[in-house]
Design a protein around this ligand. Structure first.
Ligand SMILES: C[S@@+](CC[C@H](N)C(=O)[O-])C[C@H]1O[C@@H](n2cnc3c(N)ncnc32)[C@H](O)[C@@H]1O
Length: 195
């Protein structure tokens, strides 16, 4: 290898970036939310970060997703740290009566599932607004926005338009978008609550 060469990619994909940011914020004992449980990969990631003394609230509207996630969490012996809730994330305030450190969203459809069931602009924006009420100062809402294909562009465009309206004195919003790739590479967006 050339002197000084690096043999790992420096720029992670959007999911990798989202995990890097969340890992900086979430500690053992924290209360967090996975707003789109799906097959449970992010739920497991969060359950490991919060440890035995923390808790993860996970939402999905599909029974099959929650079953897959439950199996994954059971295998990793972290199911006790998670409440899996079969309801839309737009209703999260009905289940969570305390402040949370972070809320994660992976928008789009369930990988390996029915592509016609996917997150939608209207309910996603409602859920982001509720998340912003629930997070503590310097807590985050982390979004990975999958779009194109069966999910279309409407949700991505509406969510980005909404994020642009957030008051810069209250929230800091960062978008991470690869601009030279083919197809529709997912976009990571992070909102930090400032006060
Ligand atoms: C891209 S997948 C999530 C992938 C997941 N993070 C994983 O690790 O497998 C999006 C999920 O959002 C779910 N979903 C769609 N609308 C929803 C809503 N209103 N509330 C909660 N979940 C929803 C879908 O059922 C799907 O499982």
């Amino acid at each position: 290898m050339d002197k000084g060469a690096i043999n790992v990619r420096v720029l992670k994909n959007s999911l990798g970036i989202s995990h890097e940011i969340v890992r900086k914020v979430v500690c053992a004992g924290d209360i967090v939310v996975d707003a789109t449980v799906g097959n449970g990969n992010d739920t497991l990631f969060l359950a490991e970060l919060v440890g035995d003394t923390g808790h993860v609230y996970g939402f999905d509207i599909q029974e099959v997703a929650l079953r897959n996630a439950q199996e994954k969490l059971q295998q990793a012996d972290v199911l006790k740290r998670v409440s899996l809730i079969k309801d839309g994330h737009e209703n999260m305030d009905q289940y969570i009566g305390q402040s949370v450190k972070a809320v994660m969203f992976n928008l789009g459809y369930l990988p390996g599932g029915n592509h016609s069931i996917h997150t939608k602009a209207n309910t996603t924006i409602q859920a982001i607004q509720k998340s912003l009420d629930l997070i503590v100062p310097h807590g985050i809402v982390m979004l990975v926005i999958y779009y194109g294909g069966d999910s279309g562009f409407e949700e991505k465009d509406a969510v980005i338009d909404f994020l642009k309206t957030l008051d810069y004195r209250k929230y800091s919003v960062l978008m991470h978008h690869f601009i030279n790739q083919i197809h529709c590479p997912p976009i990571a967006a992070c909102i930090e609550k400032l006060k």
